[in-house]
Design a protein around this ligand. Structure first.
Ligand code: 5GP
Ligand code: MN
Length: 353
């Protein structure tokens, strides 16, 4: 059953009422929360925020991620409790968690393929499943879906959901901190996807619950290594190509370049936003070489649909202004493809004045 339960304004549709959802959450059970590979602040923040609230409601909760978080998220309350599939998980056996659970909640992704190495375990499991997400189009891979693509983050949706269910008393400082961190990161520090007043009501509520906005900003944006800052300088100085005729720019980083700056997971996070600060640029792409493919991060301003571009040419997707993708081949081939398909988008790239 695929249901758009939030329907943009948090109204449930006819078949399942909020009372039914409330009853589900009021019955303590074993909940497994899953989020996507290359987890970002919203993936980790929404999963941990929900974990804290469900634990206070009496549930036994495990959070599984396909791979580890970047360093700048590891301070989040409860982070050490996450089971990372590609690593030893504190003695917990991940397939067993799937067998033992009563309910699976998928948070912040819209296609099961985003589960990476966890996808086969999810596919084999027949337990009831619920998606909470804010991506625009969802592949139907859970029994129920609570989806609202008008919101800037899944973390915000989780708070709206618990408000709706009258569970705010179960949200403590830990949950509030995780959810506010998710909101802050998915809106690029409250710069994107947050031009609606209600989001600030949610932020105010989270701050009243104890979330420390200044600390969240500090931990996420002011705790970089010197190597990361130098890699950023190098990327902008030596590796950024600007294509003014297409109002686009890109940065490409090979494994060799990353290694020469002792790259750690998450170090390139945010690089893709810098070219968008150049006057006239509406589309920015970061290519990073991985062991077996080229990863793309795509960002746009205004009406240009980065997700459609990623989906059509780079086996990816995401939001209109923030998408991801991948390419099998060399860096040169990935860039050649990118440059060659820009012509097709010339008009769209010039649509906003
Ligand atoms: P990022 O550039 O930070 O990796 O990803 C930006 C956005 O695109 C996120 O919303 C993320 O969920 C989505 N995204 C990233 N990679 C992929 C992908 O391979 N497939 C799809 N469908 N979405 C992606
Ligand atoms: Mn998100």
């Amino acid at each position: 059953m695929q249901k758009e339960l939030f329907n943009g304004n948090l109204n449930l549709n006819q078949e399942l009422g909020w009372q039914d959802i409330r009853t589900i959450f009021l019955n303590p059970c074993k909940v497994l929360i899953l989020t996507h590979k290359n987890p970002d602040g919203d993936a980790v923040g929404s999963a941990l925020g929900l974990m804290w609230i469900l634990q206070k409601l009496g549930h036994t909760v495990n959070v599984i991620m396909p791979d580890d978080s970047p360093l700048f998220l590891k301070w989040l309350p409860g982070h050490h409790e996450i089971c990372v599939h590609d690593r030893k998980s504190g003695g917990r056996i991940i397939p067993q968690l799937f067998t033992d659970c009563d309910l699976i909640i998928c948070s912040d992704f819209n296609a099961s393929e985003r589960l990476g190495s966890v996808e086969p375990l999810y596919r084999q499991c027949t337990k009831p499943s619920l998606l909470i997400d804010h991506h625009p189009v969802s592949e139907s891979f859970t029994k129920l879906q609570l989806v609202d693509s008008s919101k800037g983050s899944t973390s915000e949706l989780i708070f709206l959901l618990i408000e709706k269910l009258q569970f705010v008393e179960y949200a403590g400082i830990e949950a509030a901190t995780c959810l506010l961190a998710g909101i802050v990161t998915d809106t690029v520090g409250l710069q994107a996807s947050c031009s609606y007043p209600e989001i600030y009501e949610t932020i105010a509520a989270l701050m009243r619950l104890g979330a420390d906005k200044d600390r969240i900003y500090f931990e996420i944006y002011n705790m970089f290594s010197a190597d990361r800052m130098r890699l950023l300088g190098y990327s902008l100085d030596k590796n950024m190509k600007v294509l003014p005729e297409f109002r686009s720019a890109y940065i490409a980083l090979t494994i060799g370049e990353l290694n020469s700056y002792r790259h750690k997971k998450g170090d390139t996070e945010g690089f893709v936003n810098y070219p968008l600060a150049i006057a006239g640029i509406v589309f920015s792409v970061l290519f990073t070489e991985q062991s077996d493919h080229i990863k793309l991060s795509l960002r746009s301003r205004g009406s240009f649909p980065a997700n459609e571009f990623a989906q059509k040419y780079f086996n990816g997707g995401g939001h209109k202004n923030a998408a991801g993708g991948k390419f099998s081949g060399t860096m040169k081939e990935a860039i050649d493809r990118f440059e060659s398909v820009l012509e097709e988008y010339r008009e769209l790239l010039h649509a906003d004045q």
